[in-house]
Write a protein that binds this ligand. Structure first.
Ligand code: ADP
Length: 261
């Protein structure tokens, strides 16, 4: 299908929230896979030392020779660390535990904030979407993602204190925007682990929508057991439970992402 391979402008989106456990990796895996299945060419860069989006796609971390660490600190060419065709339309740059050291080692390096941007720059034009799954902190790895990204995709979990820490994230975004990446902005806010039976979930949706306005995606990602099981099988939800509501939600999100352009 030739249409599949027409690549327009590459969109580089950082999936970011310095809170852990809000659905960053789940979204990185399942949104990337859904877009790949829709015929898009997608690269997922796992920038979280825990490597959950790598292992969730069935990549055996102990078998990975080079990871994103080597691109950031060993001048390994980015092409050499890409694992192609993990799923239909989806390539991955994996993380290993080595990456945990990068946060410290980058501190003494020159042009340390630009490492990922330079690597990603050489891949523009080859993919429709490049997603960066960020670690749960606002350290130098996350700063690298903020410098490399065109826009931010912010998952927010439907729970108490959903918006806690968001101001800090937005401050970091503004600082990087002012100094290093003038066009940086929010691409979309995604509500995750939504449970329509609880008043709390519905209140959080209202609260987040009134705070962020139209940037919030219409699609709500439901809390489902299948979404939490899929990573242990190394499969995206569209393969693990293709007809379930978790898969449907990430397909809906992928459509919104394509329409948002
Ligand atoms: P983060 O990357 O922000 O740390 P994860 O995507 O790893 O967050 O999600 C945290 C935990 O919640 C994981 O165990 C994951 O399987 C689970 N989880 C994420 N999204 C959902 C969901 N929509 N429904 C049920 N469990 C989910």
């Amino acid at each position: 299908d030739p249409v599949k391979h027409v690549i327009g402008q590459t969109k580089v989106l950082a999936i970011i929230n310095q809170k852990g456990g809000v659905g960053k990796s789940t979204t990185a895996i399942n949104l990337s896979a859904a877009l790949g299945e829709m015929g898009k060419q997608v690269l997922l860069i796992d920038l979280d030392p825990q490597g959950n989006s790598s292992s969730g796609l069935g990549i055996e971390k102990s078998q990975v020779e080079h990871c994103v660490y080597d691109v950031l600190l060993n001048q390994t060419p980015v092409e050499d660390v890409i694992i192609p065709d993990i799923c239909e339309g989806l390539d991955v740059i994996p993380a290993t535990i080595n990456l945990a050291g990068a946060e410290v080692e980058l501190v003494s390096e020159m042009a340390r904030e630009n490492r990922l941007k330079d690597a990603v720059g050489s891949l523009r034009g080859k993919y429709d979407f490049i997603f960066i799954d960020c670690p749960p902190s606002l350290g130098l790895l996350t700063v690298n993602a903020l410098v490399a990204a065109d826009k931010l995709l912010i998952p927010i979990q439907c729970e108490f204190y959903a918006l806690e820490g968001v101001t800090k994230l937005l401050d970091s975004m503004k600082r990087v925007k002012g100094l290093l990446n003038p066009s940086l902005d929010i691409y979309g806010v995604l509500l995750t682990m939504y449970d329509g039976r609880t008043t709390l979930s519905r209140q959080v949706v209202d609260e987040v929508r009134s705070y962020f306005g139209k940037t919030v995606f219409e699609t709500l990602i439901p809390r489902t057991v299948k979404l939490s099981e899929a990573p242990s099988y190394g499969l995206p939800i569209t393969q693990y439970d293709p007809t379930g509501k978790g898969a449907q939600s990430y397909i809906d999100l992928a459509k919104e992402v394509i329409l948002r352009g």
